[in-house]
Design a protein around this ligand. Sequence first.
Ligand code: PGD
Length: 815
Amino acid sequence: MSSLPTTSHWGAFRVRPRPAGGVLVEPHPEDPAPSPLLAGVAGSLDHRTRVRRPAVREGWLRGGPGTGAGRGREPFVEVSWERALDLVAGELARVKREFGPQAVFGGSYGWASAGRFHHAQSQLHRFLALFGGYTASRNSYSLGTSLVLLPRVVGDAEAVLRAASSWPTIVRHTRLLVAFGGVPAKNVYVTPGGVTRHTTPGFLAQLADAGTEVALVSPLRDDLPDGPATDWLPIAPGTDTALMLALTHTLVAEDLHDRAFLARCTSGWPVLERYLDGRADGTPKDADWAAPICGLAAERIRALARRMAATRTLVTVTWSLQRARYGEQPVWAALALACALGQLGLPGGGFGHGYGSMGDVGDTGPALRLPFLPQPANPVEEFIPCARIADLLLHPGEEYRYDGTTRRYPDVRLVHWAGGNPFHHHQDLGRLRRAFARPETVVVHEPHWTATARHADIVLPATTPLEREDFGGGRRDTHLIAMHRAAAPVGEARDDHAILAALAERLGFAPEFTEGRSPRQWLEHLYGQWAGRLRADGAGDPPPFDRFWADGEWRLPEQAAERTLFAEFRADPERHPLATPSGRIELHSPAIAALGLPDCPGHPAWLDPPERLGTPAARRHPLLLVANQPATRLHSQLDVGAASLAAKVAGREAVELHPADAAERSIADGDLVRIFNDRGACLAGARLSDRLRPGVVRLPTGAWFDPVPGTEPPLCAHGNPNALTADLPSSQLSQGCTGQHALVQLERWTGGEPPPVTVRHPPALLRDTETDTDTETAGGTSTAPAPPTTPVQSTAPTPVQPTAPAPAPSPEAAR
Ligand code: PGD
């Protein structure tokens, strides 16, 4: 059979269905650097951890809403779709009737899958808005801190992120790249919605030929690929702001700063200068001051500042730096450093944010808006910054600050999640477990038995993109890709759209939700609208839908010449002011200062994070864990795929540690280790490496959380770092995620037979005797008392009995 087109967050690819079942995956023919994650696709598709039938937690089925203590601990009962949908519709209706729609949390943060129509959150948000509203969530775990800070200090976060110098410009003009957090090559394969041509790895390789030098400021040498001439400054984690301030101090002390640029294009420099030179607080932020904080020699800091002033320099900051306590500071301080150099707006100079954090930053693809599912306004105004999910559930009614406002957490009774894995993405998972025990009902749509599905009451099996039709593309993508269906849905899985359409039917608003269209008709409709807009704007002439579908893709029109936000502004700040109160880059923000926040003052400042090497907190837990993005999967997605499994050590997630730290603890490469602090613990397999700073250990995110029964705080048998991270906000300004760092201790496992990893098997599943005789009649909303259950599988990790392949559910029939 010929191969079928599709795309994913890790790029476009082609799929060849195999006669005996399953698929073969081939890279897109035009992709110069296909993602290594492609190796994980085929194995994940029909892995035994797929949710095959709707399932209800046993305690909820017996006791109804409000029995949350059993979440994540009890077996599930497999039920028919009709029963599951009746239960969910009944709960949505009950909660709205008794408490109002804001009692439904539908923020449902998460990456879900590529595909413009079947995108899980878009579907859920549309459904809940038509239902009468829901408590939403804002911003992202990726960039929640910068998304609040940047509009205040440069006027527009998106412009900084998307209108940055392109990679070809950097290769051509940048002579020195000072990369705080590096440019981690593993991340550039990923973009929301995907890119068809991964060009960044090629540009990174070209830096070497171009003679661009890189100052890699990171505790991890692997944050920059080998190749370019690299000066590795293995900074102590969480101390970049001190280094940035010291570099800026050196520029000023040695009169290397661009006074004219500071005067013309920034506001508040005199306030920052008083802080830098110590007039404000008695402490000059010079290289001698920063050296012991950062663990770098003072002379090295001064030498770097001089090199920066002598050549075309680009200062870049990865998003990981703001995913930490006081995460605003490194972003703001880097901007100030770039302003002091005076190169903002010059090709290949100035400031950039997110090179190496995502594939589309610096990409040259067209910045076109792709087709999208229309979203009705949410009638409920309540929202939370997404990383405050545990606070929301634990502290209804409590006040908190956000972006200069004081807000109150609503009282949430029902959580409806589709397309995210909070038991992967949130910090302090022991605390999140306590939080998730509180709502009356938790509904999750998931393809896999993730930890989030296991902490739900009602789990609805969702298809993956290979099992449905869609089209997709990412920001800066070169193609719109037709996503053909390549496999029958696994088990009884249904598309999120079909699930929500069936719920809307029960709740009486199906015509508004579906608008009478089948998914294929939606695709044609959205494509047609988009093509019409493009033609009207003179931006392109897409082929008719049928032709696009048959061709499998459409090459998007080339974009106009590169234009960066700061180029126009620099040329004439009077005529092209920024959208800040002063119209300039705010190096001191009177508006932020007026908020009086102790954790985010009015100018970039060194605020000592609670967890860093060498502080009193490090006495008991002396190692600094960096919990960064994984190289072998996307967040928690594809963790059961071949690429991720091949990288496990001792059957667990691999933790990298320096040979000196290993020797101190009698740990050899490949040993099973326990990593712990007061919040929790996890098991991991040791990998020794001298490519990280001594005292630092690296455990990437995304190993499926596997709490050992009866452990409190939890011991994760698999190696999820969020068992260890703190659930603290970056600050009261942005309330962003701070999962990047945690102090830990590490020891060789000596506890005998270690607890097994259970998450690669489904949880204990029971069969609903009512479902066995279910006549599958539609309609009605019932929360009838639970019937008796019979075990089909008593204890994990025995796999559930394979079910006979089910016919593909028809979305139309589900309506
Ligand atoms: P994913 O693993 O992508 O992680 O957190 P996020 O929740 O986005 O979860 C997506 C889920 O959606 C998966 O379980 C997948 O199976 C499911 N899914 C996929 N397709 C579909 C679909 O079509 N329908 C349905 N219903 N479900 C689907 C990521 C988050 O983690 C992010 S963005 C960042 S940047 C954070 N990074 C860190 C960090 O650096 N350090 C720590 N400690 N923690 C972090 N957490 C954050």
